[in-house]
Design a protein around this ligand. Structure first.
Ligand SMILES: [Zn+2]
Length: 400
């Protein structure tokens, strides 16, 4: 059994301990068991501490039946070691974990929602609360009540209580069965629940509690939140985004949503106008293409390379040309910039030519995929500088 210094004082950052056991692991790593430790092993939703034993990095810590095992990057060579926590990491976990207790207590008090899940990751922190729905108004009320607890700077205390002595406590959740001693973490009058994690000494140290989003997940409401240092970072990022948009659109931050809405509607109008103009252009293009096309007996042979056209525009244009009379239409589009190339080969049914065969030959030159029938074939791929060459060859090969 390792003496758990983090249960005596959560703020102990350094300690000296004797090595009790060394377990050789792969890659020169080692499992180190000490007689005492301030390193918190992973458990109860809280990730493990990291830090150093002397100068050897501690990369992972876990509990093995009461013995705390420190996975170190190398094997210690002394009998005693000086342990030092990565305090920034530990204090962040204390802020998030204590904040989780506050938020869970508030959801229970305000809405009767029970916390049935807690995740504290390096990026996200969330709780799962048994509620059917959560409105923006309710989320704001929970956030306000949680921050009121922070501002009241209430003491956070922990104590081990014998399993049989819990009757006098009003617990937010019941302890797991089978433990002789239960550790209770309480926040004066706000919350009391069984917990093995590390916590701040007073609620004020949690710092701001900010709910970022929520969604319905696994039969509960998953509430994503951040506390303390993470809330500050979140605020810093969000305010930078708001400031950038405000400068870009030359409006005060409060008017950014309205400016975004105006931009969106302007974009929709312009997109509509562009589509209408493109449709009109297609009519003229089809007309010009048909008029300029070579006449071969009773039909037209229209060939064109239109670099900027999309695959859909080539198809529309082909149809528009064919609608004007008996014809063969060989179109290509593409650019090195967009790294795209595309062919549409089409002819009036009954014309003695095979568009599928022509396309196959063109694609053999440029690469890419595609296919079709004797009177309609299309395909393409990434950009090829042989595109125009392939189109020329298709033209000379139409009636072969
Ligand atoms: Zn807890």
């Amino acid at each position: 059994m390792t003496e758990k210094l983090y249960y005596i004082d959560c703020y102990q950052k350094e300690f000296t301990a004797k090595i009790k056991d060394l377990r050789a692991l792969e890659d020169g790593r080692c499992g180190v068991v000490l007689d005492r430790t301030a390193f918190y092993p992973e458990g109860g939703g809280q990730p493990c501490d990291k830090g150093w034993l002397d100068d050897i990095p501690v990369v992972e810590v876990y509990d093995d039946n009461g013995s705390v095992v420190h996975i170190t990057a190398a094997r210690p060579t002394t009998e005693t070691v000086h342990g030092r926590l990565d305090w920034e990491r530990r204090f962040d976990h204390m802020q998030q974990h204590s904040g989780e207790h506050v938020l869970s207590a508030v959801f229970s008090d305000l809405f009767g929602g029970e916390n049935i899940g807690f995740h504290l990751g390096s990026e996200a922190v969330y709780i799962d609360v048994t509620m059917e729905t959560l409105s923006a108004h309710q989320a704001a009320a929970a956030e306000k009540a949680a921050n009121d607890v922070v501002f009241a700077n209430l003491p956070v205390e922990s104590a081990f209580v014998a399993g049989g002595g819990l009757a006098g406590y009003k617990l937010r959740k019941q302890p797991a069965k089978g433990f002789a001693n239960i550790r209770l973490v309480s926040m004066a009058g706000v919350d009391c629940c069984p917990c093995g994690g590390t916590h701040v000494a007073a609620s004020g140290e949690i710092g701001l509690i900010k709910i970022r989003s929520w969604e319905r997940k696994a039969g509960a409401i998953r509430v994503d939140f951040v506390c303390g240092g993470r809330a500050l970072e979140d605020y810093r990022q969000n305010s930078a985004v708001a400031r950038d948009l405000s400068v870009q659109w030359s409006v005060p931050v409060a008017e950014v949503p309205a400016a975004a809405e105006r931009q969106q509607s302007k974009l929709e109008t312009l997109t509509g106008q562009l589509l209408a103009a493109k449709r009109e252009l297609a009519v003229y293009r089809a007309e010009a293409l048909y008029e300029k096309a070579d006449s071969i007996s009773d039909m037209k042979l229209a060939v064109s390379f239109i670099p900027e056209a999309s695959a859909a525009e080539l198809s529309d244009l082909s149809r528009a040309v064919l609608a004007r009379g008996r014809a063969v239409v060989l179109l290509a589009a593409g650019s090195a910039e967009l790294d795209k190339s595309h062919f549409v080969f089409a002819c009036t049914p009954g014309v003695p030519a095979d568009m599928g065969r022509l396309l196959k030959k063109s694609l053999a030159l440029t690469g890419g995929k595609g296919g079709g029938s004797a009177h309609w074939a299309q395909g393409g791929g990434s950009w090829s500088d042989k595109l125009e060459n392939a189109l020329r060859e298709a033209r000379s090969d139409v009636f072969n």
